[in-house]
Design a protein around this ligand. Structure first.
Ligand SMILES: [Zn+2]
Length: 62
């Protein structure tokens, strides 16, 4: 497990970096599930943006 702050290789399972003491990210498998949610609201943001543009563009074009 590599520290994202100082790039020091740490033992797997350790919660903090042995070099700089910053908290290490948890196991990748756990983070993958967490990362799905931000994409969901980003998806809906794009859908809402497209829906608004469909209604607004014909009006703005004349
Ligand atoms: Zn570190």
């Amino acid at each position: 497990m590599r520290c994202v702050y100082c790039n020091t290789e740490n033992e797997t399972g350790s919660s903090r970096c042995r070099h700089c003491g910053m908290p290490l990210p948890r196991e990748e498998l756990r983070d993958r599930k967490r990362l799905r949610r931000p994409f969901l609201w980003l998806f809906w943001l794009v859908v809402i943006f497209c829906a608004v543009m469909i209604f607004l563009l014909p009006r703005s074009l004349g």
